[in-house]
Design a protein around this ligand. Structure first.
Ligand SMILES: *Cc1c(COP(=O)(O)O)cnc(C)c1O
Length: 461
């Protein structure tokens, strides 16, 4: 049929809304949203026709697309077949069962969030998770806030604000924080160290160069206005070649408190990622890291360090604005308990995915491919070694050996195949390469295999 004819054959918005099935959508999502979704569905059909397709369009099919659009809104499960374990766009870490149970209990019952049970009076939400963090890291004290960006802002604000009058006696100018130019980084989502420093009220005192900063650069920059030295782990990129930087241990000998933003929160060894305990052993005044990166817990910003500076953070007015909620605290405690009990490697899905041997991935991929061949005889399917990544702005060059199932259809349009799996329920997110769709099995969780089989079966049929 001619394009023009096909376009003329499209139903009108009103006609679609008079379909019996439209009533359900209107009652569920309201007339306004349903009409908008029908318009969008018709727009898509029009674009498909103009692109040369001959879609079988009826009121019913338009409504089906509209329903997908309406129901597709909101936060929901997706299958991560990208092989990127801490995929920031897909929600970073996956909680353990124990963490989920703890969060559910905190959500569905009252708790001692801010209540001291033995004393029978008001307690502090800041006390939760603290004993576990102290035991795990060897730090004097700890504080949990909303995320690592918040913890960094709060730590800097506290060290800028928090000197006694006596110590401030020599200060004549604006408070300064020293940072190496090699660490003036952007983490992602617009979180830039120089801007955070400015927000904290400190003047940025940048030293050294992008590739080389020496201890003597720090020594020369220290003056009576220096409030802290900030050390940032450049976690999402690496500079190789002619480089030099100074570690936390050496910086800690210089006098001003060292705030170490280690970012990824590795409590177990992985690649050459700096471990949290190391920063504390190296006597950083404050060590800051994320709860939902390599740690494998809920979104949180964790600060551990000297009692004096943690207490300064706790008392700062920003602490209230950045405080962690009870679900996070409950899930974090359960996550940390797994580390203390030595079960983290098996119990925490994120940690398990990061460390599982490649051989296990090969078996998993072969198994999935075997089942896919059954449900999708028209696709060409193979299993190949692939490279998984930790993601989430951690370990950018670290390659985790993995395996992927690759799909290719007759037409060879891998992008189309990828889109078809993305609109499945739940959506399956893979990666396109070498004209095939790659499904990396390292990031597949329980139940994901079934979801992939269903999605592929539908599109093959
Ligand atoms: C990821 C990261 C942050 C931000 O952590 P969020 O928990 O996402 O706020 C800050 N600093 C470093 C070094 C990081 O790697």
């Amino acid at each position: 049929m001619e394009k023009r004819e096909l376009l003329r054959g499209l139903p009108a918005v009103d006609a679609v809304l008079r379909e019996p099935a439209a009533e359900v959508l209107v009652s569920r999502h309201g007339a306004k949203a349903t009409t908008a979704a029908v318009r969008e569905a018709l727009g898509r059909a029009r674009r498909e026709i103009l692109a040369g397709a001959d879609p079988k369009i009826s009121g019913e099919t338009v409504l089906a697309v509209a329903a997908e659009l309406l129901e597709g809104r909101g936060l929901r499960r997706v299958v991560n077949a990208t092989g990127v374990v801490l995929h920031t766009n897909l929600g970073r870490s996956v909680l353990s069962e124990r963490a989920v149970e703890a969060a559910v209990e905190a959500a569905t019952s009252y708790s001692n969030l801010e209540y001291d049970i033995s004393a029978g009076k008001r307690g502090s939400r800041y006390d939760h998770a603290v004993p576990l963090l102290k035991e795990l890291t060897g730090a004097e004290d700890a504080l949990v806030v909303n995320n690592c960006a918040g913890a960094t802002l709060l730590a800097l604000s506290a060290v800028v604000a928090g000197r006694s009058d006596e110590e401030d006696a020599d200060a004549s100018g604006e408070p300064e924080v020293i940072v190496s130019r090699g660490q003036l980084i952007e983490i992602g989502g617009g979180f830039r160290i120089p801007e955070v420093l400015e927000l904290s009220g400190a003047r940025l005192r940048e030293i050294g160069t992008t590739n080389r900063t020496r201890l003597s650069d720090y020594e020369r920059a220290i003056n009576e206005n220096t409030r802290a030295i900030l050390w940032v782990h450049p976690s999402n990129f690496e500079i190789q070649g002619f480089t030099e930087s100074v570690g936390v241990a050496e910086l800690s000998t210089l006098g001003p408190p060292v705030v170490a933003d280690v970012g990824s929160g590795a409590l177990l060894p992985i690649s050459d990622e700096p471990r949290v305990e190391a920063a504390i052993r190296d006597e950083a005044a404050l060590t800051i890291f994320s709860g939902d990166k390599l740690l494998g817990g809920p979104q949180a910003g964790i600060a551990v360090g000297s009692a004096r500076w943690i207490s300064g953070m706790r008392r700062h007015p920003l602490a209230r604005a950045l405080r962690a909620d009870k679900l996070c605290l409950a899930a974090l405690e359960a996550t940390l308990a797994a580390y203390l009990e030595g079960t983290a490697g098996n119990e925490l899905p994120t940690v398990r995915m990061l460390h599982a041997p490649a051989e296990e991935m090969r078996e998993k991929a072969n198994q999935l491919a075997g089942k896919l061949v059954q449900v999708a005889p028209n696709l060409s399917i193979d299993v190949v070694p692939s490279v998984a990544r930790s993601g989430g702005g951690t370990l950018p060059l670290y390659e985790i050996p993995s395996y992927a199932v690759r799909l290719k259809d007759e037409a060879g349009e891998a992008e189309v195949l990828a889109e078809q799996l993305r609109v499945a329920e739940p959506p399956v997110i893979g990666r396109v390469g070498e004209e095939r769709l790659w499904l990396d099995v390292r990031t597949l969780l329980d139940g994901d295999e079934e979801a992939i089989l269903e999605a592929v079966e539908v599109l093959d049929g």
